[in-house]
Design a binder for this molecule. Structure first.
Ligand code: WQD
Length: 315
C-alpha cells in the first residue's frame, strides 16, 4: 500500500483517480483549491488540503505533511483545462499550469517526495498530421493550453533527471464517461456531455462540419473512458513504486480507436433509446479532422489497455 499526494483530486478526473487508487489498495491526500473541483466528489474520510499550488506556504505545508505521514509520490492533475479560455487569458494559464507545476516540484522535492506522475494532454501534439500519433512525434501545440501542458512535461522531465526522481507523464486523449452521476464532468463544453444535453433538452447539437475527409464527414477522436484513464494512473503509480523498473516517461492514454461525431450521436441514441436532434454547423476553427493515439507504448510499459468502449462512456 502506498500514499500519494493527489493535486486536483476534487476534479472530474482526479476524483476518479482517487477512487481507482483506493480500489487498488493505495491511498491519497488530496490537494485542491476547489476553484473548479467539488469537495462533494470526495469520500468523507479523505484528507483534503484546500490550497493553491501558488500559495507561498506550500513548501511548509508539504514538509509538515510528510513529517506526519509518508508520501510515496505526487500525482499532479491540478490545472486549468479550457482551450478557448487559454487563448483569452494565456498568462493565467502559464501562471497556473506552468508556475503551479514548478512550485509543486520544488516543494515536493524539498519535502523528500521522490516520484511524480504528471497529467498531460494530446493537446501537446497540435497539428503534427501524424495518424495515429506516437509519443516520439514532434509536439506543435496550437493553443496556450497545449503549450502549458508541454512546458509542464519538460519541467517534470528535466527536474526529475537533475534531482534523481522517478517520473511519468500521461498524455490523455478525449476523456469521457463517469463512474457515477455524482462524479460526472460538470460545466462541460466537450462533445459527450453536449450530446447528452441535446438528448435531454431537445435543443439540437451543433455538429461542427460534415465535409471533413473522414468516412462520414465528421471529425474523428480517440475517446477514452475516465475509469480506464484512472486505472492507467494506478498502473503508472505501481511502476513508479518499483525502484528497479526504469521511469515510464511519456505515455499516450488512448485506444487507437477513431470515433466520429455522428458515431457518438448514434451511441447516445442507442443507449437512451431515442433520437438526438442535431444540425450541421460550420467547422470549428482549429479542429483537426483526426486525433488518434498510438497506444502501443503504454501497453508495453504499463501493461495497460482500455477495456471500455464508447457505449459505456455515453449516458
Ligand atoms: C470533440 C469533437 C468537435 C462540440 C479538447 C481539447 C483537448 C482535450 C479534450 C483537455 C470535435 C466536435 C464538439 C460540439 C461538435 N482537453 N464537436 N459539436 O476539441 O477534440 O479536444 O478536449 O485536455 O486538448 O482540445 O474535444 O469535446 O470539444 O470535441 O461537433 O458542440 O466533437 O468538432 O471533432 P476536442 P471536444
Amino acid at each position: 500500500m502506498s500514499t500519494w499526494l493527489l493535486t486536483g483530486g476534487a476534479g472530474y478526473i482526479g476524483a476518479h483517480v482517487l477512487r481507482a487508487l483506493r480500489a487498488a489498495g493505495h491511498d491519497a491526500v488530496v490537494l485542491d483549491d476547489l476553484s473548479s473541483g467539488l469537495a462533494e466528489r470526495l469520500p468523507d474520510d479523505v484528507h483534503l488540503v484546500r490550497t493553491s499550488l501558488l500559495d507561498p506556504d506550500l513548501p511548509a505545508m508539504l514538509t509538515g505533511l510528510t513529517s506526519r505521514r509518508r508520501l510515496d509520490g505526487v500525482v499532479h492533475l491540478a490545472a486549468k483545462k479550457s482551450v478557448p479560455e487559454s487563448v483569452a487569458v494565456p498568462l493565467h494559464y502559464y501562471e497556473e499550469n506552468v508556475g503551479g507545476t514548478v512550485a509543486l516540484l520544488r516543494a515536493a522535492t524539498a519535502a523528500g517526495i521522490g516520484r511524480v506522475l504528471y497529467s498531460s494532454s494530446a493537446a501537446v501534439y497540435g497539428e503534427t498530421g501524424a495518424d495515429p500519433v506516437g509519443e516520439d512525434f514532434p509536439t506543435l501545440p496550437t493553443s496556450p493550453y497545449g503549450e502549458t501542458k508541454l512546458a509542464g512535461e519538460w519541467a517534470v522531465r528535466r527536474h526529475a533527471e537533475a534531482a534523481g526522481l522517478r517520473w511519468c507523464a500521461l498524455r490523455y486523449f478525449n476523456v469521457a464517461g463517469a463512474a457515477s452521476a455524482a462524479l460526472a464532468d460538470r460545466g462541460a463544453t466537450n462533445l459527450l456531455p453536449l450530446v447528452a444535453r441535446a438528448a435531454e433538452s431537445g435543443e439540437p447539437l451543433s455538429v461542427f462540419g460534415d465535409d471533413w475527409p473522414t468516412p462520414d464527414g465528421t471529425c474523428l477522436r480517440d475517446y477514452v473512458h475516465v475509469e480506464d484513464l484512472a486505472e492507467a494512473h494506478v498502473a503508472a503509480a505501481q511502476v513508479l513504486l518499483d525502484d528497479d523498473a526504469p521511469s515510464p516517461g511519456v505515455l499516450n492514454v488512448g485506444r487507437n480507436e477513431p470515433t466520429s461525431v455522428l458515431e457518438v450521436v448514434g451511441a447516445v441514441e442507442r443507449v437512451r433509446g431515442r433520437p438526438v436532434p442535431y444540425r450541421v454547423a460550420p467547422r470549428r476553427p482549429g479542429d483537426p479532422a483526426r486525433v488518434v493515439a498510438d497506444a502501443t507504448r503504454i501497453a508495453d510499459v504499463l501493461g495497460w489497455r482500455a477495456s471500455r468502449g464508447i457505449d459505456q462512456m455515453v449516458m
